[in-house]
Design a protein around this ligand. Structure first.
Ligand code: PMV
Length: 384
């Protein structure tokens, strides 16, 4: 793009940002100034765990309520994207997927759908033959959702290519658009791009928040919430009983949906204040209530589901007993499945990890759990 257009565009982006209402049109890539024939890029992006949950969406992948999550560190995906200009440019998408060293044609439909959703914003993807190679740090069938880390990783790689084509794009635009693209792959993936705590969904108290992409939570948080720990207790490593697409759809016509969306909105305000003030006991109450509300929504859908297993409940009871007896600040949260995320402040790490090994591992499949902690988002590994 020529300099004049670039500066007009930058100015427009600035004005939009100033009024906090970036629209989808702002994410349409402008025609490139650079010629990039071939290359590759590698990014590592984490999973995340929501404290206030997103459950219910409208087209195209827009949340019915704002959510906030801790970004994880050890549970991550590493994706390398190799690209080479097609010998004859046409309208089709050309890509090969390698997952953990093996070609995976079964992943094609998901990526094809993703490419179809994002092509308006990154039209250059039609011009290349791609090879997408991914690996997860966590076992494939562990019940840990890989879509958040997977979709954010490929989005970072595509943004890196956009940056090679248009080196003048700003850092803010780079990360916001990566989150925007990731959202179109899997909603919660937009919270796996940048920041230790990330808010997705418009909220009047969160500056710059948007339904289109996740934004780092920038308020100063109390010491106790820094370097927070999360041990994922793998109760059920099987495939998800209900896919998130089906789950979100169940919120249409759900008798409690409207009330739930309003509650989540208010819970973001509560969580903001809790994080700022360091109100740990309110944090525990709110986080556990959010997890149980998510499951209550599923238990009261039509059709209804119980996604917890008996061992999930045994773990929850043990956590409650431990908290009372030891005067501890551990608490749990859940995704849309049976695994338990045990959250605790760093200063309890040693004692809690002994408790996990001695009393909780027995409820995990093959005694399997993963110690994780808060991380800060995507990391570029190109050339390393
Ligand atoms: O991103 P999805 O469509 O897989 O939905 C994820 C929803 C929950 O994990 C249950 C909650 C959340 O906010 O992450």
């Amino acid at each position: 793009m020529c300099e004049v257009h670039r500066s007009v565009f930058t100015e427009m982006a600035y004005i939009c940002q100033k009024f906090q209402d970036l629209t989808t049109n702002d994410f349409i890539a402008v025609s490139s100034s650079n010629i990039v024939d071939k290359g590759s890029t590698t990014w590592r992006t984490p999973s995340n765990i929501a404290l206030v949950k997103y459950w219910g969406k409208r087209d195209p992948q827009l949340p019915e309520n704002p959510s906030i999550s801790f970004t994880l560190n050890n549970c991550h995906t590493i994706t390398s994207l190799s690209f080479e200009k097609k010998s004859k440019i046409d309208k089709s998408f050309s890509f090969k997927i390698i997952f953990e060293g093996e070609e995976k044609p079964s992943f094609q439909p998901k990526i094809l759908l993703f490419f179809e959703r994002i092509v308006t914003y990154v039209p250059f993807i039609r011009d290349y033959d791609f090879v997408i190679s991914s690996e997860n740090s966590f076992p494939h069938s562990s019940g840990i959702a890989s879509s958040a880390s997977g979709m954010s990783a490929i989005s970072m790689c595509l943004m890196q290519l956009e940056k090679m084509l248009n080196p003048t794009i700003s850092e803010t635009y780079f990360y916001q658009k990566a989150s925007f693209l990731a959202r179109l792959g899997s909603g919660s993936a937009c919270r796996s791009v940048k920041g230790e705590l990330v808010v997705w969904g418009e909220h009047k108290e969160i500056k710059g928040s948007s339904d289109l992409f996740g934004v780092p939570f920038t308020s100063e948080i109390a010491e106790i919430f820094k370097n927070y720990q999360d041990t994922v207790l793998l109760v059920d490593k099987g495939e998800k009983q209900v896919s998130s697409t089906v789950g979100h759809d169940l919120m249409y016509g759900h008798p409690f949906a409207k009330c739930r969306f309003e509650q989540a909105y208010k819970n973001i305000s509560k969580m903001k204040s809790i994080l700022e003030k360091g109100a740990i006991s309110d944090f525990i109450t709110l986080v556990e209530k959010e997890a149980l509300t998510l499951h209550a929504m599923m238990m009261t859908s039509q059709p209804y589901f119980i996604l917890m297993k008996p061992k999930t409940l045994e773990i929850i009871q043990k956590i409650w007993d431990y908290r009372e007896v030891k005067d501890s600040n551990i608490c749990f949260t859940l995704d849309a499945g049976a695994n338990v995320h045990l959250l605790y402040p760093k200063n309890e790490k040693q004692a809690v990890q002994i408790f996990i090994e001695e009393e909780l591992a027995v409820f995990c499949q093959n005694r399997h759990y993963i110690h994780d902690e808060v991380g800060s988002g995507a990391i570029e590994l190109t050339g390393l």
